[in-house]
Design a binder for this molecule. Sequence first.
Ligand code: ATP
Length: 335
Amino acid sequence: IKRIGVLTSGGDAPGMNAALRAVVLAAEHYGIETIAFRHGYQGLLDNDAVPMQAKDVLHILQYSGTIIKSARCRRFKEVEAAQLAAKNLDSLNIDALIVIGGDGSFRGADHLANHWQGQIIGVPGTIDNDVYGTDQTIGYATAVAIAMDALDKIRDTADAMDRVFIVEVMGRDAGFIGLCSAMSSGAERMILPELQKEKALTISALVKHIKRVQEIRGEGSYVMVLSEHQWPGGAVALSEQLEAEYHLPCRPCLLGHIQRGGPPAPADRILASELGVHAVELILAGAHRVMAAKSQNACVAVPLRETWEKKHPLDENLLRIQHEIFNPVKKKQQR
Ligand code: ATP
Protein backbone atom coordinates (compact mmCIF):
# COMPACT_ATOMS: atom_id res chain seq x y z
CA ILE A 1 0.00 0.00 0.00
CA LYS A 2 1.56 3.27 -1.14
CA ARG A 3 -1.30 5.70 -1.44
CA ILE A 4 -4.80 5.93 0.00
CA GLY A 5 -7.74 8.20 -0.71
CA VAL A 6 -10.15 9.68 1.83
CA LEU A 7 -13.40 11.60 1.57
CA THR A 8 -16.23 12.84 3.82
CA SER A 9 -19.76 12.31 2.51
CA GLY A 10 -23.40 12.96 3.43
CA GLY A 11 -24.38 15.27 6.30
CA ASP A 12 -21.34 16.71 8.05
CA ALA A 13 -20.80 15.46 11.57
CA PRO A 14 -18.70 16.89 14.44
CA GLY A 15 -15.55 14.79 14.55
CA MET A 16 -15.16 14.30 10.80
CA ASN A 17 -12.12 16.56 10.92
CA ALA A 18 -10.70 14.54 13.80
CA ALA A 19 -11.22 11.35 11.78
CA LEU A 20 -9.53 12.87 8.73
CA ARG A 21 -6.61 13.99 10.87
CA ALA A 22 -6.24 10.51 12.34
CA VAL A 23 -6.30 8.91 8.88
CA VAL A 24 -3.61 11.26 7.56
CA LEU A 25 -1.39 10.92 10.64
CA ALA A 26 -1.72 7.12 10.79
CA ALA A 27 -1.03 6.82 7.07
CA GLU A 28 2.07 8.98 7.42
CA HIS A 29 3.16 6.86 10.38
CA TYR A 30 3.06 3.79 8.14
CA GLY A 31 4.75 5.53 5.21
CA ILE A 32 1.58 5.84 3.13
CA GLU A 33 0.55 8.94 1.15
CA THR A 34 -2.97 10.34 1.53
CA ILE A 35 -5.03 12.05 -1.15
CA ALA A 36 -8.27 13.72 -0.06
CA PHE A 37 -11.22 14.06 -2.42
CA ARG A 38 -13.19 17.23 -1.77
CA HIS A 39 -17.01 17.37 -1.63
CA GLY A 40 -17.62 13.66 -1.06
CA TYR A 41 -18.34 11.47 -4.06
CA GLN A 42 -18.66 14.56 -6.25
CA GLY A 43 -14.91 15.02 -5.79
CA LEU A 44 -14.28 11.48 -7.02
CA LEU A 45 -16.17 12.28 -10.21
CA ASP A 46 -14.51 15.67 -10.71
CA ASN A 47 -11.05 14.43 -9.72
CA ASP A 48 -11.02 17.19 -7.10
CA ALA A 49 -8.06 15.66 -5.28
CA VAL A 50 -5.61 17.24 -2.86
CA PRO A 51 -2.59 15.59 -1.23
CA MET A 52 -2.77 15.67 2.56
CA GLN A 53 0.14 15.67 4.93
CA ALA A 54 0.44 16.02 8.69
CA LYS A 55 0.90 19.78 8.36
CA ASP A 56 -2.46 20.03 6.57
CA VAL A 57 -4.40 18.48 9.44
CA LEU A 58 -2.81 20.29 12.36
CA HIS A 59 -5.29 21.74 14.83
CA ILE A 60 -8.45 20.70 13.06
CA LEU A 61 -9.81 18.13 15.49
CA GLN A 62 -11.41 20.81 17.64
CA TYR A 63 -13.60 22.02 14.77
CA SER A 64 -16.85 20.59 13.43
CA GLY A 65 -17.65 20.53 9.74
CA THR A 66 -15.02 19.06 7.43
CA ILE A 67 -12.09 20.89 5.86
CA ILE A 68 -12.32 18.66 2.77
CA LYS A 69 -16.04 19.50 2.46
CA SER A 70 -18.95 17.09 2.26
CA ALA A 71 -21.79 16.76 -0.22
CA ARG A 72 -24.70 14.68 -1.34
CA CYS A 73 -24.19 13.45 -4.89
CA ARG A 74 -27.25 11.79 -6.41
CA ARG A 75 -25.44 11.00 -9.61
CA PHE A 76 -23.13 8.64 -7.78
CA LYS A 77 -25.90 6.02 -7.70
CA GLU A 78 -25.44 5.49 -11.43
CA VAL A 79 -23.18 2.72 -12.71
CA GLU A 80 -21.37 5.14 -15.03
CA ALA A 81 -20.53 7.37 -12.07
CA ALA A 82 -18.94 4.51 -10.13
CA GLN A 83 -17.00 3.52 -13.25
CA LEU A 84 -15.74 7.07 -13.68
CA ALA A 85 -14.74 7.22 -10.01
CA ALA A 86 -12.86 3.93 -10.39
CA LYS A 87 -11.02 5.30 -13.44
CA ASN A 88 -10.07 8.47 -11.55
CA LEU A 89 -8.85 6.50 -8.52
CA ASP A 90 -6.73 4.27 -10.76
CA SER A 91 -5.28 7.24 -12.63
CA LEU A 92 -4.01 8.54 -9.27
CA ASN A 93 -2.63 5.09 -8.32
CA ILE A 94 -4.78 4.90 -5.21
CA ASP A 95 -4.74 1.50 -3.52
CA ALA A 96 -7.51 2.00 -0.98
CA LEU A 97 -10.26 4.48 -0.16
CA ILE A 98 -11.60 5.52 3.25
CA VAL A 99 -15.16 6.88 3.24
CA ILE A 100 -16.20 8.87 6.31
CA GLY A 101 -20.01 9.19 6.38
CA GLY A 102 -23.33 7.59 7.23
CA ASP A 103 -25.16 4.54 5.91
CA GLY A 104 -25.97 6.25 2.59
CA SER A 105 -22.29 6.92 2.06
CA PHE A 106 -21.58 3.27 2.80
CA ARG A 107 -24.09 2.23 0.13
CA GLY A 108 -22.13 4.46 -2.19
CA ALA A 109 -18.89 2.79 -1.09
CA ASP A 110 -20.35 -0.64 -1.74
CA HIS A 111 -21.58 0.50 -5.14
CA LEU A 112 -18.08 1.73 -5.97
CA ALA A 113 -16.60 -1.59 -4.79
CA ASN A 114 -18.59 -3.31 -7.56
CA HIS A 115 -16.59 -1.35 -10.12
CA TRP A 116 -13.19 -0.78 -8.52
CA GLN A 117 -10.49 -3.21 -7.44
CA GLY A 118 -9.03 -1.20 -4.54
CA GLN A 119 -9.84 -1.73 -0.87
CA ILE A 120 -12.70 0.30 0.61
CA ILE A 121 -13.15 1.02 4.32
CA GLY A 122 -15.99 3.02 5.90
CA VAL A 123 -15.74 5.18 9.02
CA PRO A 124 -19.12 5.98 10.66
CA GLY A 125 -19.54 9.75 10.69
CA THR A 126 -23.13 10.95 11.19
CA ILE A 127 -24.93 12.67 14.03
CA ASP A 128 -27.88 10.28 13.66
CA ASN A 129 -26.21 7.15 15.14
CA ASP A 130 -28.33 5.10 12.74
CA VAL A 131 -25.55 2.78 11.60
CA TYR A 132 -25.57 -0.88 12.61
CA GLY A 133 -22.39 -2.43 14.00
CA THR A 134 -20.90 0.44 15.98
CA ASP A 135 -22.01 1.45 19.46
CA GLN A 136 -21.82 5.09 18.44
CA THR A 137 -21.16 7.07 15.31
CA ILE A 138 -18.80 10.03 15.16
CA GLY A 139 -20.83 13.20 15.77
CA TYR A 140 -23.65 11.68 17.76
CA ALA A 141 -22.27 12.57 21.21
CA THR A 142 -21.91 16.22 20.19
CA ALA A 143 -25.42 16.38 18.71
CA VAL A 144 -26.92 15.01 21.93
CA ALA A 145 -24.89 17.44 24.04
CA ILE A 146 -26.05 20.40 21.95
CA ALA A 147 -29.70 19.28 22.08
CA MET A 148 -29.48 18.74 25.84
CA ASP A 149 -27.97 22.18 26.33
CA ALA A 150 -30.77 23.74 24.24
CA LEU A 151 -33.42 21.79 26.16
CA ASP A 152 -31.98 22.98 29.49
CA LYS A 153 -32.22 26.55 28.26
CA ILE A 154 -35.75 26.07 26.96
CA ARG A 155 -36.71 24.64 30.35
CA ASP A 156 -35.78 27.89 32.11
CA THR A 157 -38.16 29.97 30.05
CA ALA A 158 -40.81 27.23 29.82
CA ASP A 159 -40.87 26.96 33.60
CA ALA A 160 -41.01 30.71 34.12
CA MET A 161 -44.03 31.00 31.85
CA ASP A 162 -45.66 27.63 32.64
CA ARG A 163 -45.54 26.82 28.98
CA VAL A 164 -45.50 23.79 26.74
CA PHE A 165 -42.49 23.65 24.43
CA ILE A 166 -41.98 21.33 21.50
CA VAL A 167 -38.34 21.01 20.58
CA GLU A 168 -37.62 19.41 17.23
CA VAL A 169 -34.37 17.50 16.97
CA MET A 170 -32.58 15.82 14.06
CA GLY A 171 -32.17 12.10 13.57
CA ARG A 172 -33.40 11.27 10.07
CA ASP A 173 -35.43 8.15 10.80
CA ALA A 174 -33.77 7.21 14.05
CA GLY A 175 -34.64 8.30 17.59
CA PHE A 176 -31.19 8.22 19.17
CA ILE A 177 -30.76 12.00 19.47
CA GLY A 178 -34.40 12.34 20.57
CA LEU A 179 -34.20 9.65 23.25
CA CYS A 180 -30.89 10.69 24.76
CA SER A 181 -31.50 14.44 24.67
CA ALA A 182 -34.96 13.90 26.24
CA MET A 183 -33.51 11.68 28.90
CA SER A 184 -30.54 13.88 29.75
CA SER A 185 -32.71 16.98 30.04
CA GLY A 186 -35.67 15.38 31.87
CA ALA A 187 -38.19 16.10 29.11
CA GLU A 188 -41.79 15.10 29.83
CA ARG A 189 -42.37 13.43 26.52
CA MET A 190 -40.63 12.34 23.35
CA ILE A 191 -41.94 11.45 19.94
CA LEU A 192 -39.47 9.14 18.23
CA PRO A 193 -39.70 7.27 14.91
CA GLU A 194 -39.35 3.90 16.63
CA LEU A 195 -42.18 4.67 19.08
CA GLN A 196 -44.39 6.16 16.38
CA LYS A 197 -43.99 3.01 14.31
CA GLU A 198 -45.09 0.90 17.27
CA LYS A 199 -48.07 3.07 18.17
CA ALA A 200 -48.49 6.54 16.73
CA LEU A 201 -49.33 9.22 19.30
CA THR A 202 -52.64 11.00 18.70
CA ILE A 203 -53.19 14.67 19.48
CA SER A 204 -55.90 13.80 22.00
CA ALA A 205 -53.61 11.37 23.85
CA LEU A 206 -50.92 14.06 23.91
CA VAL A 207 -53.28 16.71 25.26
CA LYS A 208 -54.48 14.28 27.92
CA HIS A 209 -50.89 13.65 28.95
CA ILE A 210 -50.03 17.36 29.11
CA LYS A 211 -53.11 18.05 31.25
CA ARG A 212 -52.36 15.14 33.58
CA VAL A 213 -48.78 16.32 34.09
CA GLN A 214 -49.92 19.87 34.77
CA GLU A 215 -52.62 18.62 37.14
CA ILE A 216 -50.23 16.45 39.15
CA ARG A 217 -47.64 19.22 39.44
CA GLY A 218 -50.09 22.04 39.97
CA GLU A 219 -48.07 24.27 37.65
CA GLY A 220 -44.97 24.23 35.55
CA SER A 221 -43.57 23.52 32.18
CA TYR A 222 -43.96 20.63 29.79
CA VAL A 223 -41.09 20.06 27.40
CA MET A 224 -41.45 17.62 24.57
CA VAL A 225 -38.76 16.36 22.23
CA LEU A 226 -39.97 15.70 18.71
CA SER A 227 -37.79 13.82 16.22
CA GLU A 228 -37.89 15.36 12.74
CA HIS A 229 -40.44 13.97 10.25
CA GLN A 230 -42.55 12.47 13.03
CA TRP A 231 -45.44 14.92 12.97
CA PRO A 232 -47.10 16.41 9.88
CA GLY A 233 -45.79 19.97 9.68
CA GLY A 234 -43.34 19.35 12.53
CA ALA A 235 -43.09 21.25 15.81
CA VAL A 236 -44.56 24.45 14.36
CA ALA A 237 -47.77 22.77 13.15
CA LEU A 238 -48.16 20.75 16.33
CA SER A 239 -47.75 23.76 18.63
CA GLU A 240 -50.19 25.80 16.51
CA GLN A 241 -52.70 22.98 16.78
CA LEU A 242 -52.27 22.73 20.55
CA GLU A 243 -52.85 26.47 20.93
CA ALA A 244 -55.70 26.86 18.44
CA GLU A 245 -57.69 23.75 19.22
CA TYR A 246 -56.82 23.04 22.85
CA HIS A 247 -55.88 26.53 24.17
CA LEU A 248 -52.57 25.30 25.53
CA PRO A 249 -49.86 28.02 25.54
CA CYS A 250 -47.24 26.33 23.41
CA ARG A 251 -44.07 27.30 21.54
CA PRO A 252 -42.05 25.40 18.96
CA CYS A 253 -38.27 25.37 18.80
CA LEU A 254 -36.39 23.91 15.85
CA LEU A 255 -32.79 23.12 16.67
CA GLY A 256 -31.88 22.26 13.09
CA HIS A 257 -28.30 22.52 11.95
CA ILE A 258 -27.12 24.00 15.25
CA GLN A 259 -26.88 20.33 16.24
CA ARG A 260 -23.97 19.82 13.84
CA GLY A 261 -21.74 22.73 14.81
CA GLY A 262 -19.44 24.00 17.53
CA PRO A 263 -16.64 22.14 19.23
CA PRO A 264 -16.97 18.34 18.94
CA ALA A 265 -17.55 16.59 22.28
CA PRO A 266 -14.55 14.75 23.76
CA ALA A 267 -16.22 11.38 23.03
CA ASP A 268 -16.46 12.25 19.32
CA ARG A 269 -12.87 13.48 19.08
CA ILE A 270 -11.64 10.30 20.75
CA LEU A 271 -13.86 7.94 18.73
CA ALA A 272 -12.89 9.69 15.51
CA SER A 273 -9.18 9.45 16.33
CA GLU A 274 -9.52 5.78 17.20
CA LEU A 275 -11.54 4.84 14.11
CA GLY A 276 -9.43 6.90 11.74
CA VAL A 277 -6.32 5.00 12.82
CA HIS A 278 -8.25 1.71 12.87
CA ALA A 279 -9.34 2.28 9.25
CA VAL A 280 -5.72 2.66 8.10
CA GLU A 281 -4.70 -0.43 10.07
CA LEU A 282 -7.55 -2.40 8.52
CA ILE A 283 -6.25 -1.46 5.07
CA LEU A 284 -2.79 -2.70 6.03
CA ALA A 285 -4.37 -5.94 7.27
CA GLY A 286 -5.97 -6.42 3.85
CA ALA A 287 -9.57 -5.70 4.89
CA HIS A 288 -12.08 -4.65 2.22
CA ARG A 289 -15.74 -3.59 2.15
CA VAL A 290 -15.89 -3.18 5.92
CA MET A 291 -16.62 -0.36 8.35
CA ALA A 292 -14.08 0.44 11.05
CA ALA A 293 -16.22 0.42 14.19
CA LYS A 294 -16.16 0.38 17.97
CA SER A 295 -18.34 -2.23 19.59
CA GLN A 296 -18.35 -3.22 23.25
CA ASN A 297 -15.06 -1.48 23.86
CA ALA A 298 -13.21 -3.12 20.99
CA CYS A 299 -12.25 -1.92 17.53
CA VAL A 300 -13.95 -4.21 15.02
CA ALA A 301 -14.58 -4.53 11.28
CA VAL A 302 -18.23 -4.78 10.21
CA PRO A 303 -19.18 -5.86 6.65
CA LEU A 304 -20.39 -2.71 4.89
CA ARG A 305 -23.69 -4.25 3.82
CA GLU A 306 -24.62 -5.09 7.41
CA THR A 307 -24.33 -1.42 8.38
CA TRP A 308 -27.57 -0.58 6.57
CA GLU A 309 -29.20 -3.98 6.15
CA LYS A 310 -29.36 -4.50 9.91
CA LYS A 311 -31.05 -2.04 12.21
CA HIS A 312 -29.24 -0.29 15.03
CA PRO A 313 -31.84 -0.56 17.77
CA LEU A 314 -32.53 2.00 20.47
CA ASP A 315 -31.47 0.93 23.94
CA GLU A 316 -34.57 -0.85 25.29
CA ASN A 317 -33.54 -0.21 28.87
CA LEU A 318 -33.25 3.53 28.29
CA LEU A 319 -36.70 3.51 26.69
CA ARG A 320 -38.13 1.65 29.68
CA ILE A 321 -36.46 3.99 32.14
CA GLN A 322 -37.59 7.07 30.26
CA HIS A 323 -41.18 5.85 30.37
CA GLU A 324 -41.37 4.31 33.79
CA ILE A 325 -39.13 6.42 35.97
CA PHE A 326 -39.05 9.88 34.45
CA ASN A 327 -42.65 9.87 33.37
CA PRO A 328 -44.54 11.64 36.17
CA VAL A 329 -47.92 10.19 35.24
CA LYS A 330 -47.22 6.58 36.08
CA LYS A 331 -50.58 5.10 37.05
CA LYS A 332 -49.53 4.22 40.62
CA GLN A 333 -48.60 7.84 41.29
CA GLN A 334 -52.07 9.05 40.41
CA ARG A 335 -53.78 7.34 43.31
P1 ATP B 1 -26.33 11.39 6.88
O1 ATP B 1 -27.49 10.46 7.04
O2 ATP B 1 -25.65 11.71 8.15
O3 ATP B 1 -26.64 12.61 6.08
P2 ATP B 1 -25.40 9.60 4.83
O4 ATP B 1 -24.06 9.15 4.40
O5 ATP B 1 -26.38 8.52 5.17
O6 ATP B 1 -25.18 10.61 6.01
P3 ATP B 1 -26.80 10.21 2.34
O7 ATP B 1 -27.22 11.51 1.77
O8 ATP B 1 -27.83 9.16 2.54
O9 ATP B 1 -26.02 10.55 3.69
O10 ATP B 1 -25.68 9.58 1.37
C1 ATP B 1 -24.53 10.33 1.02
C2 ATP B 1 -24.17 10.08 -0.41
O11 ATP B 1 -23.86 8.70 -0.60
C3 ATP B 1 -25.26 10.35 -1.41
O12 ATP B 1 -25.37 11.71 -1.71
C4 ATP B 1 -24.77 9.55 -2.61
O13 ATP B 1 -23.72 10.23 -3.25
C5 ATP B 1 -24.19 8.32 -1.93
N1 ATP B 1 -25.18 7.24 -1.90
C6 ATP B 1 -26.22 7.07 -1.07
N2 ATP B 1 -26.94 5.97 -1.37
C7 ATP B 1 -26.34 5.43 -2.45
C8 ATP B 1 -26.60 4.28 -3.27
N3 ATP B 1 -27.63 3.47 -3.03
N4 ATP B 1 -25.77 4.04 -4.31
C9 ATP B 1 -24.72 4.85 -4.57
N5 ATP B 1 -24.43 5.95 -3.83
C10 ATP B 1 -25.22 6.24 -2.81
